[in-house]
Design a protein around this ligand. Structure first.
Ligand code: NI
Length: 178
């Protein structure tokens, strides 16, 4: 498999909840492998399938302790508060200090179809929340608080998105000499 382009903010696949995976088969194993390669190359510590345009409920991660894959993840419990400077491969060039629950209880399945049941806090707990959010159609900017800051950042990113769009149209015009 190969490296896959990472979708960025403004792409509707990122704001659409992903589909539950019904069959954990070779196709899912190959998808996970490509996602891990793409994540390490970026480099990043987590990647959700919709970030590469695949609307399926699976994410990969590596918090420094080796690669992990979670299929159909659900956070069934969370507690505490943890402030952390958070970034995202789909919102390149930015990071914000975001408060989220500290400790989470994550359930899901691994590539062999075995049930996963993991309690995590701090850095790993943050990765699990960030990636599960992606699969539910949320970006880290949806977690910015207060609402005024969130609106300001979204407005800034929309403007940046329009500029990137028109710059790529401009370069296409140049290529085609129109
Ligand atoms: Ni992200």
């Amino acid at each position: 498999m190969s490296l896959l382009p990472i979708r960025t903010h403004g792409d509707p696949v990122l704001s659409t909840p992903t589909q539950e995976i019904k069959n954990i088969d070779g196709r899912i194993a190959a998808l996970a492998q490509s996602m891990l390669e793409t994540m390490y190359a970026a480099p990043g510590v987590g990647l959700a399938a919709n970030q590469i345009g695949v609307s399926q409920r699976i994410f990969v991660y590596d918090d420094g302790n080796g690669p992990g894959v979670v299929i159909n993840p659900q956070i069934i419990e969370k507690s505490g508060e943890y402030h952390f400077e958070e970034g995202c491969l789909s919102v390149p060039g930015h990071s914000w200090e975001i408060m989220r629950p500290d400790k989470v209880h994550l359930v899901g399945f691994d590539l062999d179809g075995n049930e996963l049941d993991i309690e995590a806090d701090q850095y790993l707990g943050r990765i699990f929340q960030h990636e599960t959010d992606h699969l539910d159609g949320f970006l880290l900017i949806d977690r910015l608080d207060p609402p005024e800051l969130q609106q300001k950042v979204k407005k800034m990113l929309r403007k940046q998105h329009i500029e990137i769009d028109s710059a790529s149209k401009e370069s296409q015009r140049n290529i085609f000499g129109k």
